[in-house]
Design a protein around this ligand. Structure first.
Ligand SMILES: [Zn+2]
Ligand SMILES: [Zn+2]
Length: 262
């Protein structure tokens, strides 16, 4: 689609955890500051059953906030045996736009690897069945993530907070996935910048992953959706395009990806 109204100052924060207390206690102000910064739409990402429910209730309270429902790899070990039917039911809510975040985290290994793989696989299968995009978290698990996505045969998702190498980026793109970048691209990491340079702008989305990963120049402060323009500025510098272009393209991509009403 093209923007029927001005996209040039319009951003979408495609990955925020607004139910964390520091954000939640001042959510009206967080949303207002985002709006003033041109971040008009926010996707609130669940990481377990209770935060998935919290994401939905936040989305019910604000017209331009949407929710996702899923189990993070860290929380896999605590998922109840009927978690999948609960996720399925939550996903039928009209403001739920994706399944996740889900995935594999072999860096921290807060949940046993076999449990992580089972719960990732089951949620990918559910996303495929429901024709919803999968929000995929990956840390130090590139090969296994690709193997599971291929096995399930889903071609609709995003590798969020991308920090892997260009080979991993190319594999995800070949599978029809998008890639999203956080404040991590403002940290001066040559590898992540190299990947960003190579990946087509049309395949990229922007996210804060707030309250974590505050971008430069706000390091040390709480991260929030209003910081998206700093990430967009860095994308513009690295890809040598205007910030307006970054806003237009990434916003259009996110609207289509999450099938958001315009
Ligand atoms: Zn994550
Ligand atoms: Zn996250």
């Amino acid at each position: 689609m093209t923007c029927a109204y001005s996209c040039e100052k319009m951003f979408i924060d495609t990955h925020a955890h607004l139910y964390y207390n520091d954000l939640y206690i001042q959510l009206d102000d967080v949303v207002r500051r985002a709006d003033e910064a041109g971040v008009n739409t926010i996707v609130c990402i669940g990481t377990d059953l209770s935060s998935s429910r919290n994401s939905i209730s936040i989305a019910e309270s604000y017209p331009n906030i949407y929710a996702t429902v899923g189990i993070h790899p860290h929380d896999s070990k605590d998922a109840p045996s009927d978690y999948l039917s609960q996720i399925r039911e939550l996903a039928s809510h009209p403001k739920v736009v994706a399944i996740g975040e889900m995935g594999l985290d072999f860096y921290r290994n807060f949940s046993p690897i076999d449990v992580q793989i089972d719960i990732f696989t089951e949620q990918l299968e559910l996303a495929k069945e429901l024709e919803l995009p999968a929000i995929v978290h990956n840390r130090d698990a590139d090969d296994k993530v690709i193997e599971v996505i291929r096995k399930v045969g889903i071609h609709y998702g995003v590798g969020h907070c991308f920090s892997s190498d260009i080979e991993m980026a190319e594999k995800l793109l070949e599978l029809g996935f998008h890639i999203s970048f956080t404040g991590n691209i403002t940290f001066g990491n040559n590898n992540t910048e190299f990947v960003l340079k190579k990946v087509p702008l049309e395949s990229i989305m922007l996210e804060t992953d707030c309250p974590f990963l505050t971008p430069v120049p706000n390091r040390g402060k709480m991260n929030e959706p209003a910081n998206i323009p700093y990430i967009a500025s860095r994308v513009a510098e690295i890809k040598n395009v205007t910030k307006v272009k970054v806003a237009e393209v990434t916003t259009t991509t996110a609207i289509n990806f999450f099938n958001l009403p315009v």
